[in-house]
Structure formats: structure tokens, C-alpha cells
Design a protein around this ligand. Structure first.
Ligand SMILES: [Zn+2]
Ligand SMILES: [Zn+2]
Length: 179
């Protein structure tokens, strides 16, 4: 039996997004078998696979291994909401990242980081019309082109969309990229 995962405000269901998975091996940071691992390799001087989510959540992977999980330049920026530096630090150093085709970007809204909900394809987009509208405006595509592009979005392939939800107003947002 594994204990409940630590809670990540900006990545609330990392099992669903595939960024945390069950694992029976040892964490390289705490040297314990915790039952789960981070499925990606953080940015650090050395490679540290198989980090347990507790070492991410309590900051020890960042303190001991200098691990970062999202590039700080990818958090917010551009036309997205500015956010306090403390929030950027939590996302960069104590939150599981995700794997994009290009450098990952973390959507921000209402002066805060948003919660990453996972990758989205054409099917998921149909369930989140507000997100589809946001992407269309961001890409400034005319209606016909947008419809054709949206149909090519693939949750497991390329191009794909990255879906976030604002923790304050509930708005959906994010971006798309491709290989
Ligand atoms: Zn650990
Ligand atoms: Zn908001």
C-alpha cells in the first residue's frame, strides 16, 4: 500500500497527466522506496531519474540536487498574467513539470500560476470551448484555418495542446506546440 501523494497546487493530478507513476525502486534523493516516481528527468547538473514526488514537494530535490522541473523563463510571460516571484519559484522548484515538444510554458492567470491539467487533442478541445476560443485568439487564425488546425491536434502526438485552469476564476487556457 502506498500513501497518498503530496498535493501539488499547480499540478493537481500528476498521475492523470502521466508525470508521476507507480514505481518500486529507490528515490535517488531520499534513498527510500516511496512507491512512485517522477517520469521525467529534471533540469540539473547531473541526471536524476526516478525522483519521488515527496522530494519534489518538500523542496529537497531542489535543495540537494539543484533540480528544477520547469524552466523559469517558461513560466508566464508574453501576454500572460504577471505573477509573484514566489509562485514562479514554487512552479520551477517544487512542482512536477510536463513534457512538451518545445520548451514548456506554464500558463498564468489572475496573477498566479494556473493548474496544469494535461495534454489535449481535438476531442478534449471539443469539451472545453472556452479553451479552444483562447487558443484561436492566441494563434490569430481565421475561422476556417483554425477549424482545420484544431482537428489535427492530438493528445498523444503533434501538434498538441497543453490545458491549464486558473485557480481563481476557473478560466481554461494554455497553448499549442508541435515537433
Ligand atoms: Zn525522495
Ligand atoms: Zn483567472
Amino acid at each position: 500500500m502506498s500513501e497518498a501523494l503530496p498535493f501539488f497546487r499547480y499540478h493537481p493530478d500528476p498521475l492523470a497527466t502521466g508525470m508521476i507513476e507507480p514505481f518500486e525502486g529507490e528515490c535517488p534523493c531520499c534513498a527510500q522506496v516511496r512507491g512512485y516516481r517522477y517520469t521525467s528527468i529534471p533540469f540539473a547538473e547531473d541526471e536524476w531519474p526516478d525522483l519521488c514526488p515527496w522530494c519534489i514537494a518538500d523542496g529537497s530535490a531542489h535543495e540537494r540536487l539543484e533540480a528544477e522541473f520547469t524552466d523559469s523563463h517558461g513560466v508566464g510571460g508574453g501576454s500572460w498574467a504577471p505573477l509573484p516571484d514566489e509562485v514562479r519559484q514554487v512552479i520551477v522548484t517544487r512542482t512536477p513539470g510536463f513534457s512538451g515538444w518545445q520548451q514548456e510554458r506554464w500558463w498564468t492567470h489572475c496573477s498566479d500560476g494556473a493548474a496544469f491539467l494535461g495534454r489535449a487533442g481535438a476531442e478534449e478541445l471539443a469539451q472545453y470551448p472556452e479553451f479552444a476560443q483562447m487558443l484561436r485568439e492566441q494563434l490569430t487564425l481565421p475561422e476556417g484555418e483554425w477549424v482545420r488546425f484544431a482537428q489535427t491536434l492530438n493528445r498523444a502526438g503533434s501538434p498538441t495542446a497543453y490545458l491549464f485552469q486558473c485557480l481563481h476564476c476557473g478560466a481554461y487556457g494554455g497553448y499549442t506546440d508541435a515537433d
